[in-house]
Design a protein around this ligand. Structure first.
Ligand SMILES: C[S@@+](CC[C@H](N)C(=O)[O-])C[C@H]1O[C@@H](n2cnc3c(N)ncnc32)[C@H](O)[C@@H]1O
Length: 318
């Protein structure tokens, strides 16, 4: 399901903007600006002196965001880059709110030439940033059986990871895999009939995560993005599967935890203070109406934190 101009329909915009505090205005960073759907909704809601900074690693996304946000003129600044390096990209700027809407946009997914979808035949690419060297084809060609099985197990949670990896290695001795249809076909042949669809989806997800180094980028990105918030600023993250959500949850729990001294010490010796307040005790989910009108939002999980005064460091360590 795609939205206006067919690019991407943003997930959970109402909840995201509310938790960002968009209505109060300020300086905001949309660190996965994509087609600019969330950003535009934010700018329409926020007071007229609000500034929006948008970041994405995908050049096509930025072109669409520039088009969609052009009405806001100089109040919008767009940059191409990876959010894992956000602090270096937005030097000297501190934000009132940062949004991270993870994963792939509908446009990326629905464009066969990008190679993300197992339902559309295209080259084995899957790069979010076309300037990167490693494509899915390179990964499938260069990794040994153990490495492939590990990728499919860890990032796709595929039960048949070893069988699929072995089949890929056998196949590429004859001819390297070149298209998404060839890969999907090969996976189907490696697993029992009733598990075909599930494993195709799992392995495509795993390869995409590996090609874009998505989970390491998320881990590093969360720390960087929290670091460039003002005190009282909000970090809102929408993730789409349990591997992402686990990283976000752990990071937020860590930011919100204070003293780590062993129980029973009469006085705190670690000096550690909570850096953040968790605003969503459990992840928020889209409501039924949203899932009906935008089925791709169904797996969305939204978590948010607020930076506390002094939240730039955890305090003195013992
Ligand atoms: C779900 S889409 C965002 C859609 C956007 N919220 C909207 O309303 O149009 C995710 C976007 O994040 C981008 N992205 C994913 N990982 C990234 C990273 N590490 N750094 C920068 N952009 C990233 C993708 O290129 C994609 O455009």
């Amino acid at each position: 399901m795609t939205g206006e101009a067919g690019y991407h329909t943003p997930a959970m915009p109402r909840q995201a903007l509310e938790l960002l505090g968009a209505a109060s205005g300020g300086d905001f960073l949309d660190a996965t600006v994509g087609g600019g759907g969330h950003s535009r909704a934010l700018m329409e809601l926020a007071p007229h002196d609000t500034k929006l900074f948008g970041l994405d690693r995908d050049g096509e996304a930025l072109a669409e965001a520039a088009r969609k946000l052009s009405v806001f003129g100089k109040r919008v600044r767009l940059e191409r880059g990876n959010f894992r390096g956000a602090a270096g990209i937005f030097r000297d700027i501190e934000f009132d709110g940062v949004l991270l809407d993870l994963g792939v946009s509908s446009h990326q997914f629905d464009t066969p030439q990008r190679g993300f979808s197992c339902d559309r035949d295209g080259p084995l690419d899957m790069r979010m940033d076309s300037r990167e060297k490693t494509t899915a084809a390179h990964l499938l060609e260069a990794s040994d059986e153990d490495e492939l099985a590990r990728i499919f197990r860890r990032w796709g949670e595929s039960k048949y990871n070893r069988r699929i990896a072995r089949k890929i290695v056998e196949q590429r001795r004859e001819k390297p895999l070149q298209s998404t249809a060839e890969l999907a076909d090969l996976i189907r042949k490696a697993v029992p009939r009733q598990s075909e669809r599930k494993n195709v989806v799992q392995v495509f997800q795993a390869i995409r995560i590996a090609v874009n180094d998505e989970l390491a980028a998320l881990q590093e990105g969360l720390e960087q993005l929290f670091g460039i918030l003002k005190s009282d600023g909000r970090l809102v993250v929408i993730s789409y599967h349990s591997l992402e959500d686990r990283i976000v949850k752990r990071c937020f729990v860590e930011l919100a935890s204070g003293c780590v001294c062993p129980k029973g010490l009469p006085l705190c010796a670690c000096g550690r203070k909570p850096r953040a307040e968790i605003l969503t005790r459990k992840p928020l989910r889209p409501d039924t109406a949203e899932v009906e009108s935008n089925p791709r939002s169904r797996s969305a999980l939204l978590r948010a934190v607020r930076k506390l005064a002094g939240g730039d460091s955890a305090g003195e360590q013992a």
